[in-house]
Write a protein that binds this ligand. Sequence first.
Ligand code: PEP
Ligand code: MN
Length: 343
Amino acid sequence: MIIPNVSKLSDEQLKEVTDIVGSFGCKIQVIYGEMQCIYAIIGDERNDDMITKIEGLPYVNRVDRIQSPHKLMDVRSSLASHRIKMGGVTLGQSLFVCAGPCTIDPKNPNLTIETAHAIKEAGANALRGGVWKPRTNPYSYQGDAKALNILMEAGRATGLPVDTEVMDEEHLRLALDAGVHCLQVGARNALNYSLLRQIGQAIVNRDVAVLLKRSIHMGPTQEFIAAAEYIVQLGNPNVILCPRGTQPALDGYRNHPDESIVPLLKERTWAPVVVDPSHSVGRAAYVPAAALAAIAYGADGLCIEANVSPSKGIGDDPKQAVTPDVLKKIITQARQLWDIRRS
Ligand code: PEP
Ligand code: MN
């Protein structure tokens, strides 16, 4: 990884570096950090002659050689100083909360609009809502592109950035064209490497972030971080990791809360971690405890399903959405816990 002593290489400098690594069978991938671009060497970067040549260039500060399957996401990477901003919050600096319905009902736009205002009032920084849904049952409601207009309208009406899940290239194109701020990769697609690559490619040079859920089929922590590397290696470093529960070992929970992964992630990667306590437990009554546990474990934020009228919602809302008053209490207590954690 090449760290220049300028914020961005000129075209001539980039060509010079590209020619050097090219003569050793490698390529350059530009990563657009907020303050500075860094230049990943793609290929076998262990060749000392290549590194020495690059280090000799007057505009190069240093070349980092991190031997890691996720060298850009690694906590030792120069991207570690990169900060993701959303909804007026710099992730990692203060609590970030994304909230909203599981699924946006295209037949009831008011429910989403009212919910958006209520979650903003409760203190949320971003609005979530499913336009297209990955459903286990093929006969369940699968989503509707019309819901995208409702989500965007709710975002505009409240001034909140919006997050929605995309499952294929068509969703990705529609979501980006509509101006979605955060693309969610769901637990079912977190191991879909071609989708991760398509997203990574589509968001280069765009002010868009990705909320990457943890798949229930992911084992070692590395596997989760490596999935994020698939996106980041294409040029946009705005990836947020989202643990959301794994296979239940106890009867009673829809999933088994996995917020204890947070400190393990923090040891290995600089990426912000925003826990989803709603899918982690699957019942509204257990969400506050799961949310606070996540903050106690060091999470940077929460992604919570909320609805002004959970029983009128579709998808997971009747079971697991909290009401705005509960959300407000969670946010207040999570902020207190955040302060305790910092003290
Ligand atoms: C969701 O966020 O509504 C969702 C389907 O999440 P997950 O991919 O974590 O199941
Ligand atoms: Mn859901």
